[in-house]
Design a protein around this ligand. Sequence first.
Ligand code: MHO
Length: 216
Amino acid sequence: MFALPKKSQLISPSEALPGRETAISKPASHFVLNTPLTPPFPAHLNKIIFAMGCFWGAEKRFWQLPGVYCTAVGYCNGYTPNPSYEEVCTGMTAHAEAILVVFDPAEMTLQQLLIQFWEGHNPTQGMRQEVDIGSQYRSGIFTDNEQQAQIAEASRQHYQQRLTDHGFDLITTEIAPAQTFYYAEDYHQQYLAKTPRLSSCDIPLQQTGRPAYCAP
Ligand code: MHO
């Protein structure tokens, strides 16, 4: 009787929208950092992809950090090739809204980025993030190599222990190798720098209270 809306379930590959062969966006340079958004990136840099709800606020969180070369928003680990934002919003592509973070490991470690990830959203909500409902808002860490996967898994266990100790739920974050990252439309790139507006996802870093379970 109270079936979950379709958007709140992860669809199967056979249900996915067909998409298209060509990219919907050819991103230019980073609106804030003025760096390229697409590869090839300088060889000393690493990259990782995070999904943590609406990608506007999450992207801003990461581009403000030292050692971050560029950030970009896109659609990740679903089935539909080259999806549009409207298609992703139907839940029929299985993509997650995601942030590509390219960083210099000499200045910014993966562990530091993971703190921003875990403490920058609620990783226990399944197919939603606060007011935003649907599989596109699920939590995920999409890794570039096995070493990243191990570090991400260790940090998941660390935060799960903290959550459990404080009576919180199980983490629903998906940790998986990154598949194709489809860049979102240009207007979504660095959205909160281009389009200042009140948005629940735009939380200044200095105002971000650490969640209760992170307290020592
Ligand atoms: N609730 C959000 C969703 C936008 S996001 C790019 C908003 O409209 O502010 O999914």
